[in-house]
Ligand binder design. Structure first.
Ligand code: ADP
Ligand code: MG
Length: 373
């Protein structure tokens, strides 16, 4: 296989895909682009339409609207068996009358167009990584559910099809096996320039595995981007909450925004400012002036520590956290102008005498003004 370039058409390009059953909309105008060699996670809660979308791409279901292009060719009406897709469904499907070894050989033979034994070192390595070496003589009904699932994934890889759809493939596997299998999957997909859609409802798994993630909810595509983009710049509350652990806190002043709240905010300030009533357990408002912008944080002081020349305050923010621009006052909650976005930083910047500094180490999420969810 030649290595893909960004000039090549995407391996999978879904445009405006909709699927209705009677008058019930299951998918509504979903766009999804996956390039060759890309590990793409499709993330959404149960019932959001992930499996339905895979079935449409695999050609097992016909969309009610929209188009599917595979490698630049319109495949909307192409029969499933001509789409060059390996598809591992949520419940693994294998040939029950064949042994594990024969199941793998038949997948390999499909790829090689000839009946060849399992021979390459990579294939052999895969069998070890999937911990199927001692099971080669067994038939799928003699395997556990997890082993059957691993066999189905391995069959899909060995079939060497350029498009790979995996529907929650590791959901039933023990933790200790997930990590090595993920690594093998990633390497296989990159080495063979396979376009892979990996369905999961787990944002951590999606972020760990995928270069790009598409989030769907209730049949709607919410956002598509890199794990960092989705974490730092979610376009709606649902996406922000999917990626914020523990839960994000939301504030409505001056307009909807949220704070990633591992919400202890380390704060340092000059001792000469200690005219504020600073004592553990008291509520306070603190400002960090940065250029012409100010960040105002209000909350409860949980802990005060003297660290050499500076006093550190841990402030637990509450629902009255707010941001504003340059009121140059502490205690101000009346900020009306555009909020400041504070980028995560581990640096303690300089601040002038007479100013109080709050260093916010966590992302502040500002939702686009249009977002109402
Ligand atoms: P997910 O894989 O994200 O959990 P699915 O794609 O399996 O979600 O299903 C999405 C929703 O569409 C579910 O509420 C499901 O019951 C419904 N659904 C899927 N296919 C059909 C169908 N053929 N007829 C009726 N409802 C369906
Ligand atoms: Mg599903």
């Amino acid at each position: 296989m030649t290595s893909p370039s960004t000039l090549d058409p995407p391996a999978i390009d879904c445009k405006g895909l909709s699927f209705r059953v009677g008058n019930v909309s299951i998918l509504d105008q979903v766009d999804l682009v996956v390039r060759a060699g890309e590990f793409h996670a499709l993330l959404g809660p149960s019932g959001s339409g992930k499996s339905t979308l895979l079935r449409l791409i695999a050609g097992l279901e016909a969309s009610t609207a929209g188009s599917i292009e595979l490698f630049g060719a319109n495949a909307t009406s192409t029969p499933a068996h001509l789409r060059r897709i390996a598809y591992v469904t949520q419940s693994a499907s294998t040939y029950d009358h064949l042994s594990v070894a024969e199941n793998l050989q038949s997948a390999s033979a499909l790829a090689q167009k000839g009946s060849l034994p399992i021979r390459t070192s990579l294939e052999s390595e895969l069998i070890d990584a999937f911990e199927l070496r001692t099971k080669l003589h067994l038939k799928p009904p003699q395997l556990s559910g997890g082993q059957q699932q691993r066999l189905a994934i391995l069959r899909a890889l060995l079939s060497q099809r350029p498009l790979l759809l995996l529907d929650e493939p590791l959901a039933h596997l023990q933790e200790s096996l997930k990590h090595p299998i993920r690594q093998v999957l990633q390497r296989w997909i990159t080495q063979n320039s396979i376009a892979c859609i990996y369905v999961t409802h787990d944002s951590q798994e999606a972020s760990e595995l995928a270069e790009r993630i598409t989030v769907i909810d209730q049949g709607h595509m919410l956002q598509s981007g890199s794990p960092t983009e989705l974490y730092r710049s979610p376009n709606c509350r649902t996406v922000a909450e999917l990626f914020g652990r523990p839960c994000i806190e939301w504030f409505s002043i001056p307009h909807p925004m949220g704070l990633r709240p591992q919400d202890w905010i380390p704060i340092t300030f000059r001792e000469e400012l200690a005219d504020l009533s600073i004592a553990e357990g008291t509520a306070t408002g603190l400002t960090h002036i940065e250029a012409d912008r100010a960040v105002i944080a209000r909350g409860i002081i949980r802990r005060i520590r003297q660290i050499e020349s500076s006093l550190w305050i841990e402030l637990e923010t509450g629902s009255d956290f707010t941001l504003g621009s340059n009121p140059r006052k502490t205690h101000s909650l009346a900020a009306q102008s555009m909020p400041t976005i504070v980028r995560p930083t581990n640096e303690i910047s300089q601040f002038a005498v007479g100013e109080l500094a709050a260093f916010i180490n966590r992302s502040i999420i500002e939702l686009p003004a249009v977002s109402t969810n």
